[in-house]
Every structure is written in C-alpha cells, then in structure tokens.
Design a protein around this ligand. Structure first.
Ligand code: ZN
Length: 151
C-alpha cells in the first residue's frame, strides 16, 4: 500500500500515538514534538523524535519544527549518555522517502545508542570518487534549487 493510500484512509500510527489512541513509552513531549521509544529498537534506548504535525517529507516541514526536532535530539543524545542505558556512542538517522527506507510516512528522527559489538550495520559503497567537475556540477544543481526554495 502506498503512503498516499494510507493517508487517504486516515491511518498514521504516529498520529494515533500523538492523539493518545495508541500506547507508547514516551520519553519527552512539548508543544511541537513527542519522543517515544521505538518498539523495534536496533539497540535498547532507540528513540524516535516525532513532530506533532503530520508531514510526510522533511522538506515540507515547518522549519522551526525541523530545527526544534534536532535541538531535542541533541539534548536527548546527552541524556542517553548520562543515563544507565548502554550507550558508548550515538547515531541519528532520518529516512526521507521510500527509497531511503522510510516506512512510516510521518517525519521522524531516529536517535539510538551504539556500543562496540552491537548488531547495527549501516552499509554503503564508499568507493566512488567522482571528478571535481562532476562534484562542482552537482553542487551547482543543488545550489540553484536551494536559491529557488529560499526565495
Ligand atoms: Zn501522522
């Protein structure tokens, strides 16, 4: 089922949690975001920072809410390290779109503890070394699009 269909049907697990219609282990909440524990954690203490507003893609989010999400994720990262939850390091991960691995189409930022010997693997082919002119061309494409969106 596509995300458009799920939204058309009014189904969003995060909106249900925010509305109090579904249970969750809430770690933090304020007027803009709710932070819960992931029920399928990659490591124990895996947090999801979720904006209260239903938005599927981060580019469509209110910028203040986006900035606030990262502020809260930063504070909770410090809290994870201070807590007795096993945490030697932290990853943050945001999947924006199906091809990026997004499965719930309501923006959410993963913040999860890492430690030596954990089972988390982030796989990618890091062997590409594009030439400078290709990097510059790509930078121009993104800069032009940024200038249009910043108008
Ligand atoms: Zn939602």
């Amino acid at each position: 089922m596509t995300w458009e269909k799920r939204i058309d049907m009014g189904f969003c697990i995060f909106c249900d949690i925010i509305a109090g219609e579904r249970s969750a282990s809430v770690v933090y909440e304020d007027s803009l975001v709710v932070v819960i524990l992931d029920i399928n954690p990659v490591t124990l203490g895996h947090l999801l920072v979720i904006p209260r507003q239903h938005v599927a893609e981060i580019g469509d989010m209110d910028e203040c809410t986006g900035a606030h999400m990262f502020l809260i994720a930063t504070r909770l990262s410090a809290a994870l390290r201070r807590s007795s939850v096993r945490c030697e390091a932290i990853n943050m991960f945001l999947a924006d779109g199906e091809a990026a691995g997004q499965e719930i189409f309501h923006v959410h930022l993963h913040v999860f503890p890492r430690f030596k010997g954990d089972t988390v693997r982030i796989e990618a082919d890091w062997s590409a070394h594009p030439a400078r002119d290709e990097l510059d061309r790509t930078a121009n494409l993104i800069r032009s699009a940024y200038e249009v969106s910043a108008d």
